[in-house]
Write a protein that binds this ligand. Sequence first.
Ligand code: UN1
Length: 504
Amino acid sequence: MSASNLPAEASALLGRLGVPAGLVTGGARPVASPITGEVIAHVHDAGPDVCAKAIDTAHAAFLSWRSVPAPRRGELVRLLGEELRAAKADLGLLVTLEAGKTISEGLGEVQEMIDICDYAVGLSRQLFGLTIATERPDHRMMETWHPIGVVGVISAFNFPVAVWSWNAALALVCGDTVVWKPSEKTPLTALAVQALYERAAKRFGDAPAGLSTVLIGGREVGEALVSAPRVRLVSATGSTAMGRAVAPILAARFARALLELGGNNAAIVGPSADLDLTLRGAAFAAMGTAGQRCTTLRRLFVHDSVYDVLIPRLKAAYASVRVGDPREDGVLVGPLIDAASHAAMERALSDARAEGGAVHGGERVIVAGQGVYVRPALVEMPAQTAVVLRETFAPILYVMRYTDLQAAIDLNNDAPQGLSSSIFTNDVREAERFCSVTGSDCGIANVNIGPSGAEIGGAFGGEKETGGGREAGSDSWKAYMRRATNTVNYGSSLPLAQGVKFDI
Ligand code: UN1
């Protein structure tokens, strides 16, 4: 572990990123870095009054922002993208300090923010609806997309800044305003992003106050957002348990929910797979980000004919991958976020043993203060038992043999969640089968790449207990707008639809 002074490093970064010192000192909420467990800042929780005021201000901002032409709204997001480009190194390093990602992954996360800003700028000139053939003469039917209102964003520790940007960049060009509750584990990166947003807003000139706000705090802040009548859409990323708490409250008040919940992602390795490529793809997807992505590869089904070639090589990669301080060159696996996550990993490994699994790795390897470092675990399972079907947010890969492709696809689909999935194969029939109607039931189904590391151009999200939401690219923007169907009569008679007569 390299010698360093994390609190000083964090405070220098926060200063460079423009976060006022008063926001990160003197508060009641300590913020620990998973690198050593050291407390690196103390932030202030937003009380109920601050939350209520932020939502009111966001609503007032919406009333003017909705009338700003969308391409002009895009200009604000363009400026935000510029600020992110200029601050990429500092913000990426802050992600490393606060979330424990490797330097490359911290930078990658900020790059994902830049990408979505670019995407949203283009989108700001493409928010179009359809014109539809009408059955009535001298009529025109069309649809118009309008801003929806205040969007609440609840994000998780593992993508502490990118998830906000997927939502905020789209919401802002769509004419909405944004109130963000980041994970209580990662408030510093959120405050830094807010500072960058404020720089962009200042350069923009006439952005209404409260267009984008961050509220630091625990569960009560999330509850304030979810239950506020003025928050018309809540985009929430986190556990399925969190989604189960959030969804009924939104449903009861007919607000929109965009849920990005658990994932228990699988990959199938067919007999024809390129095993070099599979090895790298599986290793990154399973061990990258210390197994703490929603899209992390957690289940690997390997065809009997290649199992004894691939798995020894994968085990060797597990045994040799460098675990350690995520700031060090060559380290590919950083710390777990906290001791609770380590406890969950230990429980899962013990259950796996009890269910007949052979565990390779998984032991705690470095003790750096309170920092929790583990060697990723590869677990050979005799079958898809209960523990395999349970998402454990830690670097555990369950490996199983299969002989029949459809049986492997069924196993892929047996998980209660449906986020991401992959097949490694050079057989076009297998690849197409996997992507077809009888293939993977997940929101993401890949061929010859792992299930993680999606780019922003596609819609991101999944089915079943993953929550069904889609964010980022494709037509995900529609979740942030309301659709009006307009029928315009430019004639002088009034023919009724379906031939109904009503002559007075
Ligand atoms: C998440 O883990 O919450 O596809 C999102 C990926 C990233 C996003 C992960 N682009 O792995």
